[in-house]
Design a protein around this ligand. Structure first.
Ligand SMILES: C[S@@+](CC[C@H](N)C(=O)[O-])C[C@H]1O[C@@H](n2cnc3c(N)ncnc32)[C@H](O)[C@@H]1O
Length: 464
């Protein structure tokens, strides 16, 4: 194979792998960022001529290639079965004052969800995921009459917890108008439609492409609104949606408002943070609330109940913390197991544990003063410890990866367990999560925290 200025990404990858060079090492010897090399190899971007030239030069320099590819690992193999100062750490992770109250609150949330519905209020859940949004509405007294979710493993979790709702369909875009009409006749009148179309198309962590077809999914949400004509509709998404622009340069949030208006609804949007509603997690979201034009109410959100606990927010309860959510759970280090099958720690390589072992709360292994103790690449939001006595960082679907964004436990040196993430998202321990661990993590990371959903649902209930 000739390697010249016409080299494609696939050719470069083939050549690099034959030489036993990792992308990181090629980045090191060429000076071209690993991020760029990776995108080029995947065919996502073209490499600028000077970058391609230095990359090819680096690959041709056999001495240099040999030096980096045979370099021994800078990581020492260490055993952390009896790590230093473990007793002090276990002692620190004792239940906090707020913990018993929080655990009891989640138990009560689940009991309310399971209680017979007496208020004759109904809701339909679109893009239902594993059911966080629905759980909050159910706990506020709404019967969830039907749901739509594309992924079978998530539908399976949903069915485990909401056995009464009609499974309207999988892919919302594949539900014909005829099928939708038949389902509407079967289900009957609905008070509220709730749903959070996938956020990747809007999210800053995704590509934020204006023509991403996922950005059009809210139009299918409106098809349901047209068919059922609910009294209200609530649409949840990531907060950055409020600054997302459409192909013509207008704001997507204005499109959403205009569409609801065209369909006969008064609508407004509200930026919220889940921690202000008692969820022990910083999670910023936008909620569009729509009220049918013939009804008297106006879109609004419930007032926040929690704040910093200082003089700035008199009358509010203090934000719940990571410790309030998780401090009663068994203390686990990397690879540790407990009697709860969802509270099991992923095993991490010993060199990663070494990087992180002495990293203080709120800091990253990238902040280590010794360069040998820093990860070779990445941002200092990764390999980062959370803070025990503060609300947790936003739970994402990747919370089980220690290299992810703020995924390291505040005290133990490992990524979060599923139980911890579920608690931080305010799912009760009795919520049923079946299926693969990957699917459970996706469902939890994407969910509307049930406690936030319940606060919204109680407000909607009062409006109705
Ligand atoms: C942000 S999550 C919703 C989470 C949910 N609100 C909760 O609280 O658990 C979005 C969901 O939409 C689903 N989805 C994506 N495209 C879909 C489609 N075309 N039809 C139906 N569901 C879809 C995804 O599988 C994902 O579970």
């Amino acid at each position: 194979m000739t390697i010249d200025r016409m080299t494609t990404g696939a050719q470069l990858r083939q050549r690099r792998e034959r030489l036993g060079l990792s992308q990181a090492k090629l980045a090191e010897i060429s000076g071209v960022s690993q991020h760029l090399l990776s995108a080029f190899e995947l065919g996502k971007v073209a490499l600028a001529a000077p970058d391609l030239a230095v990359t090819l030069d680096a690959i041709r320099d056999s001495d240099q290639v040999m030096a980096v590819s045979t370099r021994t690992k800078r990581y020492r193999e260490r055993c952390y079965s009896e790590p230093p100062m473990l007793a002090a750490r276990v002692a620190k992770a004792k239940p906090t004052r707020g913990n018993p109250g929080y655990v009891a609150l989640l138990r009560e949330l689940h009991a309310a969800h399971c209680a017979p519905k007496t208020a004759d209020l109904s809701a339909l859940s679109l893009f239902s995921g594993c059911g966080g949004f629905s759980l909050g509405f159910s706990a506020a007294g709404f019967s969830i009459k039907g749901f739509v979710e594309r992924e079978e493993p998530l539908r399976a979790i949903y069915r485990q917890n909401f056995s009464d709702g009609v499974e309207i369909g999988a892919d919302i875009t594949a539900i014909s108008d005829g099928d939708l009409a038949a389902r509407a006749a079967e289900i009957g009148p609905i008070d509220v439609i709730i749903g959070g179309p996938p956020c990747q198309g809007f999210s800053l962590s995704g590509k934020r492409k204006v023509d991403d077809p996922r950005n059009q999914l809210f139009r299918h949400y409106l098809r349901f609104v047209d068919m059922f004509r609910p009294k209200m509709a609530v649409l949840e998404n990531v907060r950055v949606l409020t600054s997302m622009r459409n192909a013509a340069g207008g704001l997507v949030r204005d499109d959403i408002r205009a569409e609801f208006g065209r369909h006969g609804y008064k609508v407004d949007f509200f930026e919220v943070n889940a921690k202000d509603y008692g969820v022990p997690q910083h999670r910023e979201r936008v909620l569009f609330v729509a009220v049918r034009n013939d009804l008297p109410g106006h879109p609004s959100m419930p007032a926040a109940t929690h704040g910093s606990g200082g003089g700035l927010f008199p009358g509010k309860l203090a934000w719940r913390t990571f410790a309030d959510a998780c401090s009663d759970l068994a203390y686990l280090e990397s690879g540790g197991r407990s009697s709860d099958s969802l509270h099991e720690a992923v095993s991490h390589p010993s060199h990663v544990i070494e990087w992180l072992w002495d990293v203080p709360e709120g800091s990253s292994a990238h902040d280590n003063s010794d360069p040998q103790m820093r990860p070779p690449s990445g941002y200092n939001t990764t390999y980062k410890r959370q803070v025990w006595n503060e609300p947790a960082a936003t739970v994402q679907t990747t919370f089980g990866m220690i290299s992810g964004c703020r995924n390291v436990h505040p005290v133990a040196t490992r990524a979060l367990t599923i139980r911890e993430a579920a608690r931080l998202q305010s799912f009760p321990d009795t919520y049923r999560f079946g299926g693969t661990l990957g699917c459970i993590r996706t469902g939890i990371g994407n969910a509307v925290p049930p406690l936030l959903a319940r606060a919204i649902a109680m407000h909607v209930r009062r409006m109705l």
